[in-house]
Design a protein around this ligand. Sequence first.
Ligand SMILES: C[S@@+](CC[C@H](N)C(=O)[O-])C[C@H]1O[C@@H](n2cnc3c(N)ncnc32)[C@H](O)[C@@H]1O
Length: 345
Amino acid sequence: MKKITPNRIIAGDCIKILSDLDEPIADLIFADPPFNIGYKYDIYKDRKEYDEYYQWTHDWMQACTEKALKPEGSFWIAIGDEYAAEVRIIGNSLGLHLRNWVIWHYTFGQATKRKFARSHTHLFYWVKDPKNFTFRDKAVRILSDRQWPYKDKRANEDGKVPDDVWSEFPRLCGTFGEREGWHGCQMPESILARIIRTCTDPGHTVLDPFAGSGTTLTVAKKTDRKYVGIELSKAYTRNIRKRLAGVRPLGDVEGERKRWPSEHICELQVLYAETRVPTDVLHKNISLLEIFVRKFNWRIEETGYAYAYSVEEVWNRLERLRKAAKLPKVRTLADEPAKKAVRPL
Ligand SMILES: C[S@@+](CC[C@H](N)C(=O)[O-])C[C@H]1O[C@@H](n2cnc3c(N)ncnc32)[C@H](O)[C@@H]1O
């Protein structure tokens, strides 16, 4: 296969498929390979000898970098502790430029007795060209501590770009509504949304060479990006197609003002988790609420939705979600510092 048209999922080996490309297709690659820790997949065997796994990692990273990634593209890789150092070194050897080494700190790690519980995954963020890449800070800015709790007048009203330790995205447990149930390694959509919104514009193409349950492709479709997915397992591939068939881009939903589209409600919950300012604070502080609403509308509008929610509509919806216990736990009003607290420099 020399060309891959976008919005496709291909069943097969990503190394073979990508090595055959005659021109790059991806503005962003997100790869979450098997970690070589003996995980159970339906056909892939996740227990290789060290040298074999190292070479395999090198080969798929090379195919992604040299065959699939556009010159101005970004390349993200999720990997566990076992091979993080190796992935970092291979990235260097392929001439990639590391922009961030993000730690995804998740809650719901597995309990341990004889050592500290693992509660993180590494997320490497590389670009091909350190001077030319897409980084849309506006898409992901969150309220800064200066805005709240410190209420510092010097705060930038657009908030701040998040730190490189991400703690606001819990791992998907079996009971989470988002969970598809047929793939054990499903990533939360909110992580992919942050990455996709930051590193691509609407209309760009996102490639996932290890599509798994199809999370990356789902979020790409929701946020009005094109997608290409590759997955070794034919059964998973069939399930991904079904998952994608049920996904609507945020901008395509029938915009009934009184009954919010479920996609917009999800987006509101995600933004609330990322913002980490509780409803009682938003209620007391209209300027924070206005910033929150602006950020929310920005996310929806960039996908072509032609209606901006009012502050009142957003507030009412947040209240309904809070009363129904459908908002994630964030800090509380009690976290506000006393009046004479020391301000940050
Ligand atoms: C960790 S999972 C990806 C999970 C995905 N990020 C999600 O959120 O659902 C890795 C996937 O890679 C697939 N895989 C393994 N080797 C592959 C290869 N050579 N080409 C394409 N897919 C492969 C496995 O079948 C598995 O579904």
